[in-house]
Ligand binder design. Structure first.
Ligand code: GRF
Length: 207
């Protein structure tokens, strides 16, 4: 049973919403970090996906985290879609939004409202291999086809332009001559899992 001190500590933590479209392995690493570190500065209270079938919902269920689908394609009126997103974030008193494999552009209204409080992770060393269409395996294929000897991860603030916000952290990963896009992706993903929670934790420690 949790004691009063733990409950009070939780109340002081930043309330994080994760936006994800896929497997949710980063979401899982972030949730686990917050649960395994009682002094972490954040807790994940909401997961939003644009796809009802995304595996990230199963991750959320396993940890008992509220998870919902908001699919832009189901709205004929984009303003209504944006209002639904804003309302859900407000209902959960979200302080910080973390994108983890979210394959949708964040609407400008959200970027404005959560200005400087939306984080993203990109599986390459931005500004290289970023921008529209550069996601998932497309990134790793392009890195290998260009003969790069290093790639890595970039964690950055989201602004109105794809992959252009201020960098919070980059970590380099060597590209080996024997790498396929899949092998490189899995090595980079492991780095994402260890680094993203740490950066979120530091980010959320600022008042
Ligand atoms: C990660 O490689 C992340 O960098 C990118 O999308 C992938 C998400 O993977 N933005 P997962 O859903 O967290 O497993």
């Amino acid at each position: 049973m949790r004691n009063v001190v733990d409950v009070l500590k939780d109340k002081q933590k930043r309330r994080v919403a994760i936006f994800a479209s896929g497997a949710g392995s980063n979401a899982e690493a972030i949730i686990k970090f917050s649960l395994e570190h009682p002094d972490s500065t954040f807790r994940v209270v909401l997961i939003i996906s644009n796809l009802a079938t995304a595996k990230v919902h199963q991750v959320a269920e396993r940890f008992g985290i509220n998870n919902i689908t908001i699919n832009d394609k189901e709205y004929t009126d984009s303003q209504e879609y944006i209002q639904v997103l804003l309302q859900e974030l407000s209902n959960s008193n979200i302080d910080v939004i973390v994108l983890a494999g979210y394959l949708r552009k964040v609407p400008a209204e959200l970027v404005e409202k959560y200005d400087g409080r939306i984080l993203n992770i990109h599986p390459a060393l931005l500004p290289k291999y970023g921008g529209k269409g550069m996601y998932g395996m497309h990134v790793h294929k392009a890195v290998i086809e260009s003969g790069e000897d290093e790639s890595g991860i970039t964690i950055h603030i989201v602004n109105s332009e794809y992959d252009k916000g201020k960098h919070l952290k980059q970590v380099r990963v060597n590209v080996l001559p024997t790498d396929t896009p899949e092998v490189l992706a899995s090595r980079i993903l492991a780095v994402e899992h260890s680094e993203y929670p740490l950066v979120i934790n530091e980010f959320c420690s600022y008042k």
